[in-house]
Design a protein around this ligand. Structure first.
Ligand code: PLP
Length: 407
């Protein structure tokens, strides 16, 4: 009998952020159990609402956005993105260099499909946002992970990065601000990466979707702004800064010197037109959204929700015996470390599963972010302080008696 298997193209694609822990959570939910989900960066379920001006704009634009747009997106949206790029000193971006997408996710995959041949290597951070590794692999490439160093605020380890460049390396992916660590990189680190890309003639991919979610008066520096003579592909969108992950609204800009990338740009244009265009009503929000940043800023200062939630959870996690954490500076994630000798943890996925079963709270294990040692997990601190308090108390209680059983 004929059976239908998944494509062999997917054989090595690793997207462990799903997997047994999520399956177990879904099983528990189907049985009527209530699970606190601290595993996904989706603001809406935690009472975050999009700015009113954005919602009003969406309503107003619905009837005008029924048809397909240009495959790159509405010209008004692309103009607003170009203006935003100028504000961030991103060089040489015109409307023709901007591609809107159904979230940044679609464009990450598209950008890798358009570039890679079998065996090409791309430097991707560890820990990473796992879609990057999955997209490199799906496109036939090999994701080579460079270490981000917890001892140095989770900044990329430039020596490690350098040691992993080979003749097959085509590009470096930089996720800044970072998911899952919440790190924000300083200029010296970014400059070091740019210098390396220049020396080895590599393309830079800058995932900067959290650039408007920075705390402590710090400033995000766009990677492209340091590399006018290189090609930087920059990614951004409204899912997080405007709390509208469900609308699926992102964009990608080709910045800097495109003179050596004519073939790649042709490939991107082809793939972009094959999907006709991205969600047009969502694109139509971009000009208004990029003018309305006050609500976003208010969440990030003392008294604001994200700021206060970060303050609470950082302190609470640091006080649990056997845990430590680098205080995040941006986004709404943290990546605590567990003392695996104390808890005899050999498998971080089993830890997440055991915790889920006992306390009905969902975290993602570090391995889901291509972190090899079983000593980390990610917390999404979007819930209100009351719920975070429940989670921290449950974790403290759980770890007080936890010793991982051998499989
Ligand atoms: N890049 C990073 C670093 C992310 O954390 C996410 C989502 O969590 C995305 C990209 C995808 O965002 P979206 O597809 O909603 O624009």
């Amino acid at each position: 009998m004929r059976t239908f298997e998944k494509s062999s193209k997917l054989d090595n694609v690793c997207y462990d952020i799903r997997g047994p822990v999520m399956d177990e959570a879904n099983r528990m939910i189907a049985q009527g159990e209530k699970i606190l989900k601290l595993n996904i960066g989706n603001p809406a379920p935690f009472g975050f609402r999009a700015p009113d001006a954005v919602i009003e704009k969406m309503k107003e634009m619905l009837t005008f956005t029924e048809g397909y747009s240009d495959s790159k997106g509405l010209i008004e949206a692309r103009r607003a993105i170009v203006k935003y790029c100028r504000q961030k000193n991103m060089p040489n971006v015109t409307e023709e260099d901007v591609y809107t997408g159904n979230g940044v996710s679609e464009l990450i995959t598209l950008s890798m499909q358009g570039l890679l041949n079998d065996g090409d290597e791309v430097l991707v951070p560890a820990p990473d946002y796992p879609l990057w590794t999955a997209s490199v692999t799906l496109a036939g490439g090999t994701a080579v992970h460079y270490i981000c160093d917890e001892e140095s605020e989770w900044y990329p380890d430039l020596e490690d990065m350098r040691s992993k460049i080979t003749a097959k390396t085509k590009a470096i992916v930089v996720i800044n601000p970072n998911n899952p660590t919440g790190a924000l990189y300083p200029k010296e680190i970014l400059q070091g990466i740019v210098d390396m890309a220049r020396e080895h003639e590599l393309i830079l991919f800058a995932d900067e979707i959290y650039d408007r979610l920075v705390m402590d008066g710090l400033e995000h520096i766009a990677l492209a702004s340091l590399a006018p003579d290189l090609l930087t592909v920059s990614f951004n969108g409204l899912s997080k800064s405007h709390l509208i992950a469900g609308y699926r609204c992102g964009w990608m800009c080709l910045c800097g010197d495109k003179s050596k990338a004519k073939g790649y740009v042709e490939g991107i244009n082809l793939l972009s037109s094959m999907r006709l265009c991205s969600n047009v009503p969502a694109q139509s929000l971009i000009p208004a959204a990029l003018e309305h940043l006050d609500e976003t800023k208010q969440m990030l200062v003392p008294g604001g929700r994200i700021y206060e939630q970060r303050e609470y959870i950082t302190k609470a996690i640091s006080e649990i015996p056997g845990l430590s954490v680098v205080k995040p500076k941006a986004a709404f994630y943290m990546f605590p470390r567990m003392d695996i000798e104390r808890f005899q943890i050999e498998d971080d996925e089993t830890f997440a599963l055991d915790f889920l079963r006992e306390k009905k709270i969902l975290f993602t294990h570090g391995g889901g972010f291509h972190w090899e040692k079983p000593d980390h997990f990610r917390i999404v601190y979007l819930p209100e302080v009351g719920q975070l308090q429940e989670a921290a108390t449950a974790l403290k209680d759980f770890l007080a008696g936890y010793v991982q059983k051998k499989a």
